[in-house]
Design a protein around this ligand. Structure first.
Ligand SMILES: Nc1ncnc2c1ncn2[C@@H]1O[C@H](COP(=O)(O)OP(=O)(O)OP(=O)(O)O)[C@@H](O)[C@H]1O
Ligand SMILES: [Mg+2]
Length: 295
């Protein structure tokens, strides 16, 4: 009787627990069984199913995430989003904003805070959700730096969305932690929004592989980036208060929408649309010359 390894294809005359080819454990199967149960190729017929989207309550950000043919725009359910930006760019505020929007849309959301404590999260929620009052944060919160705690809580609660702030302060390797979070979310169809630290070059800190694991990378930048050496007060004297609040939100490697750059505003009450700058009135055209009575 011939056995074949389902992992590497190595054959063996007799069953052995460990594949003699790749050393994998328990992968030897009878060839006939392997062939009968293998996945089959097929021709693909259209149209492609479009993803399910949820609005995050900011039209510009919804557009940045992408739009379906019926006009629905927003965050794609089941997708993985990585948010990065410099210190104070607004990552935590945006992660909370998105988690809260998903919770208000009826999803069971699990927020993981690796740095801020309960008081800080609640204070941020209340400051950025002034109209809805005190305690209606529709997100379960876990305060831990342990990946195991996060995975266990995800399993236990059956959360449909996971918002992690932030990846780089979970214990262990950020790359491995993200791989585990992505795998756990993909298996259950949960959406993952994960804040990541940025390095000096403006990309996500750590191995480049991290940026290959998401479905959309979202970068947050101040419009006055490049002036980090100057104090905020000095910068504020040279630009309008609105420019101080402007954040450039860039999407890249977006699987479900465009790559692009959008302007949003991060003020004391959180994220908001950037008001349109009124265009200066066109100069009044000179009055036509008086009609010539002689014509
Ligand atoms: N109490 C406050 N009142 C008004 N605005 C505040 C207050 N606290 C913070 N902010 C604003 O929010 C911004 C910081 O937002 P947030 O904490 O989301 O940034 P972050 O990118 O997560 O920062 P970090 O890199 O420290 O984690 C600040 O730059 C500031 O503009
Ligand atoms: Mg933060």
């Amino acid at each position: 009787m011939t056995y074949t390894c389902a992992a590497c294809g190595q054959s063996a005359e007799d069953y052995v627990p460990e594949c003699p080819g790749c050393g994998a454990h328990g992968t030897l199967r009878r060839l006939a069984n392997l062939l009968a149960s293998r996945p089959r190729s097929t021709f693909l017929t259209g149209p492609a199913a479009e993803p399910k989207r949820i609005s995050v309550g900011l039209e510009t950000l919804d557009r940045a995430f992408g739009r379906n043919s019926d006009g629905t725009s927003g965050l794609v359910l089941g997708a993985v989003y990585l948010l990065h930006g410099g210190p104070g760019a607004g990552k935590s505020t945006l992660a909370l904003h998105i988690g809260r929007a998903l919770g208000r849309a009826g999803l069971l959301v699990l927020g993981v805070s690796t740095e801020a404590d309960e008081g800080m999260v609640l204070a941020l929620h209340q400051r950025t959700s002034p109209t809805t009052g005190q305690s209606d944060l529709p997100v379960r919160y876990l305060f831990s730096r342990s990946l195991l705690d996060v995975l266990a809580e995800l399993e236990e609660t059956g959360a449909e969305a996971l918002v992690v702030d932030q990846l780089h302060s979970l214990m262990g390797s950020p790359k491995r932690n993200l791989a585990e979070l992505v795998a756990a979310c993909k298996v259950r169809g949960a959406t993952l929004v994960c804040v990541a630290e940025r390095n000096g070059a403006g990309t996500i800190r750590g191995e480049r592989a991290i940026e290959h694991m998401d479905d959309c990378t979202v970068a947050l930048d101040r419009s006055w980036a490049g002036r980090e050496d100057e104090s905020a007060a000095a910068v504020a004297q040279t630009i309008t208060p609105l420019e101080v609040e402007r954040r450039i939100v860039s999407t890249s490697k977006n699987r479900w929408g465009p790559d692009g750059r959008w302007s949003l505003r991060l003020g004391a009450t959180g994220w908001d649309e950037m008001p349109a700058v009124p265009t200066p009135a066109a100069p009044t055209p000179p009055a036509p010359p008086p009609a010539n009575d002689l014509n």
